[in-house]
Design a protein around this ligand. Sequence first.
Ligand code: LHQ
Length: 259
Amino acid sequence: TVLTDLSEGVLRLTLNRPDKLNSFNEALHLALRAGFERARDDDAVRAVLLTGAGRGFCAGQDLGDRDPRKASGPPDLGRTIETFYNPLLRLMRSLEKPIVCAVNGVAAGAGANVALACDIVLAAKSARFIQAFAKIGLVPDSGGTWTLPRILGEPRAKALALTAEPLDAETAAAWGLIWKAVPDDALMDEAGALTARLAAGPTKGFGLTKRAIHAAAANTLDQQLDLERDLQRDAGRSADYAEGVAAFLDKRKPEFRGR
Ligand code: LHQ
C-alpha cells in the first residue's frame, strides 16, 4: 500500500491505494509508519519525498471501513487517532531529516493535514486541500487544529474547517500554507530535484534547524536565543560545517556527508 524506494539518499514514499484516492486503512497506516521509521533509523536516508499514486494524494480516513450501520455500537475514534494518526504525526514532526511533500491531487481530511505536516509542500496546480471533517461531523485531526490557525490565523482556519470548502493549490501557496503550486506535469520533476538537493545537504544541520524552528512556537525570544546558541555549538562540531567552510574558501562545491 506504500511504494518505497531509496535512491541517492532520497526515500520516496508513494501512497498506493489509487482506486480509493489513497485513503488510510490500517495497512496504509502501518506501511507509512514503517517508511518514516526507516527514514529515522537508516543513515542512508537523508531526505524523504512523500506523494500519492494516481489522481489523488490522500482522501483521509477510508470511510468504507466505517459504516455505522454495520457497527455493533458507537465507534471510538479516539482510539483510532491514538493508535494510528497521532503516532504518525509525531514521527513525522520529530524526524530530523527534511520531508518534502508532492501533493499530486486532492488532499482531504487527514490527508490534507498529513501533507501540511511535511517540511516543504509542493502541490500540483490542480490539487485541492479540503478540511473534509465538517462534512461528516468530525473535528480536524492530524494536527490540523494546531497547524491551520498558526499558519493562517483563526479567521481562515475556522472558515476552512467549518465550511470544508476546497482550497486550490495556488491560493494555498498565496496564503503561505504550502511552499509552491507548480504546473501538474512539472510537479514530480521539481519535487524530485528539490528532495535530491536536500539529500545531498548537511543533514545534521538540517535536523537542528528543524528542531529550532519547531521549538520557536513555545519559546520566548530569550529561550530561543539560548537554544540557537546550543544548536549552533552542535552544528559547528559537524563534519559538514568543516566541509562547508573549506569548500567556500577553496571556491568549490561542498561534499556534505550528512554528519
Ligand atoms: C474513498 C474516500 C474515503 C473511502 C474517496 N474513503 N473511499 C479519523 C479517525 C477515524 C475516523 C474518521 O476519520 C478520521 C480522519 C479523516 O480523515 S475524516 C475525513 C475522511 N475523508 C473524507 O471525508 C473525504 C471523502 N472523500 C471525498 O469527499 C471525495 O472523494 C474527494 C473530495 C476527496 C474527491 O472527490 P472526487 O474527485 O469527486 O472523487 P470521488 O469522490 O469520486 O472518489 C473516487 C473514489 O475514491 C470513489 O470510489 P468509487 O468506487 O466510487 O470510484 C470514492 O468512494 C473513493 N474514496 N475518498 N475517504
